[in-house]
Design a protein around this ligand. Structure first.
Ligand SMILES: [Zn+2]
Length: 200
């Protein structure tokens, strides 16, 4: 992969102080900003369409090797460890892991990393957004079901709680397709699935 100079930019959104986007471009950040504000089929554009408010270019700076800088920013904990931490290409700040401090550290790394040593090799790409916990939680919004932490010792299935307080373990993706509590609405599930649900 060729070494291309470019920019790293940070966008903030007026609708949500915790929502940011960190991106890289080999073109102009302002041109890229315009795309983010008008491509409604992309994650950033969906926010614009939903809120009627545009992303704001908070900061940008030049880098010598755009892809290497991108890798330096994104190939970090917790993005590399939590599937779906990158959600849908946007970053949601929190008070624990994805803090402004964490963003600043990443930007410093991106600023200072320079050109990758072996330019015949592409840098490690950023972690792929996966349909992970954040996605599941977002999909379940408004259904009365919510993921909860801790329930027994299984790690393969996430636990959920319904509005009546039933706590159960089920595949998150399955629940997104059938957003019902298996205790309140067992008729919504097939017998095989019901047998595999664990109640806590
Ligand atoms: Zn229930």
């Amino acid at each position: 992969m060729a070494v291309n100079a470019g920019f790293i930019y940070i966008l903030t959104h007026p609708s949500d102080q915790y929502l940011i986007k960190v991106g890289m471009t080999t073109r102009s950040p302002k041109v890229r900003l315009k795309e983010h504000n008008t491509q409604f089929d992309k994650a950033a554009g969906e926010v614009v369409e939903a809120t009627g408010q545009e992303w704001v270019l908070k900061e940008y700076f030049e880098v010598k090797d755009t892809y290497n800088a991108e890798s330096a920013f994104f190939q970090r904990s917790p993005l590399t460890e939590i599937p779906g931490a990158l959600g849908n290409e946007l970053l949601k700040l929190d008070d624990k892991y994805i803090t402004w401090e964490w963003v600043k550290e990443g930007l410093d790394a991106a600023k200072t990393i320079g050109i990758r040593k072996d330019t015949s090799q592409p840098p490690t790409p950023k972690p792929k957004p996966k349909k992970g916990a954040q996605w599941i939680e977002a999909q379940l919004e408004g259904t009365g079901l919510k993921p909860i932490n801790g329930c027994g010792n299984g790690i393969t299935k996430v636990a959920f709680e319904c509005q009546k307080g039933h706590i159960f373990k089920i595949s998150g993706r399955l629940l997104v397709n059938r957003p019902f509590c298996p205790a309140c609405n067992p008729e919504k599930f097939d017998a095989y699935t019901l047998r595999r649900v664990e109640f806590c």
